[in-house]
Ligand binder design. Structure first.
Ligand code: ZN
Length: 282
């Protein structure tokens, strides 16, 4: 039944919430050309419950809907974003007992155009590191510290990844590296989520060495040219990014390099070439 989710509920934490079957909101991420991670937030109109605060587009779930459908439907109603451009990802449930709020993650290649409806005073693509500075809707403020995603920087050991597929790369190392760069490009703005990490790819740095140094990689993929050892360049790049407070994913199957990268710090995840190739698909 349409709109059979509309109504107020009191949760076991003593809050009053909208949504008889719970509610869902869309946390939509995108990454700018300069690597800035942003989320789409709604500045709620003054007449709304908790008017004047910032939160996610979203609302009550109807009984016939999945949480993903509810979040997307409400977001489209409130922002007029083009749903076809939204890639729906995983979810995060904030269960208050008797009522729950599901954050539905989505990402898109570029900031989508928005048109506010009467529930929105304003819609804005807010930098993730500035969200805390806004006056947040209490529900969103409750969820945000646990629901927020980090920007992820991928540091790819190109020689190792290219060398893991026997496709004749040894005849043209630069060409094979350029093909890898083309395949990596669509990973920008992509959400990666598993047991160990959650984040949105906001930088892709490909370390090239030896004969592959002639490779020209397509923006926004960045080339790091190793002057000597490729392994040293991977470690130095990961160290620099991690020193800037970035969460880093080093991609290599080289055992010694995996060990070195793993020692840099907690903000470094190390993944093998096959993990990356699975992500890129056939
Ligand atoms: Zn509650």
């Amino acid at each position: 039944m349409d709109r059979d989710g509309n109504g107020w509920v009191e949760c076991q934490l003593g809050h009053r919430h909208w949504g008889l079957q719970g509610a869902a909101g869309l946390l939509l991420h995108t990454v700018d050309a300069d690597g800035t991670l942003r989320v789409l937030l709604q500045h709620r109109a003054d007449w709304c419950h908790h008017g004047g605060t910032w939160g996610l587009p979203g609302g009550a779930r109807d009984s016939h809907e999945s949480v993903q459908e509810a979040a997307l439907r409400e977001a489209v109603e409130e922002t007029e974003i083009d749903a076809a451009q939204v890639r729906v990802r995983h979810t995060f449930v904030d269960d208050h007992g008797g009522w729950s709020y599901t954050t539905v993650y989505g990402d898109c290649v570029a900031a989508l155009d928005t048109v506010p409806n009467e529930e929105s005073a304003e819609l804005d693509w807010v930098r993730v590191d500035r969200v805390d500075q806004l006056t947040l809707h209490p529900g969103f403020g409750h969820t945000w510290p646990r629901a927020r995603l980090d920007p992820l920087a991928l540091v790819v050991d190109a020689a190792n990844v290219v060398g893991s597929v026997p496709d004749g790369w040894w005849k043209d190392r630069a060409g094979a590296t350029e093909r890898l760069g083309e395949r990596l490009r669509p990973l920008m703005s992509t959400t990666l989520h598993d047991d160990q990490m959650s984040g949105v790819v906001s930088a892709i740095q490909v370390v090239v060495e030896g004969a592959a140094r002639a490779a020209v990689l397509p923006r926004p993929v960045e080339t790091v040219t190793a002057q000597a050892s490729g392994d040293d360049a991977v470690v130095a790049t990961a160290q620099t990014l991690s020193g800037l407070g970035r969460r880093v994913v080093v991609v290599t199957s080289d055992r010694e390099l995996r060990h070195r990268a793993g020692q840099i710090g907690n903000a470094i995840d190390v993944r093998g070439a096959s993990w990356l190739l699975d992500l890129l698909g056939p």
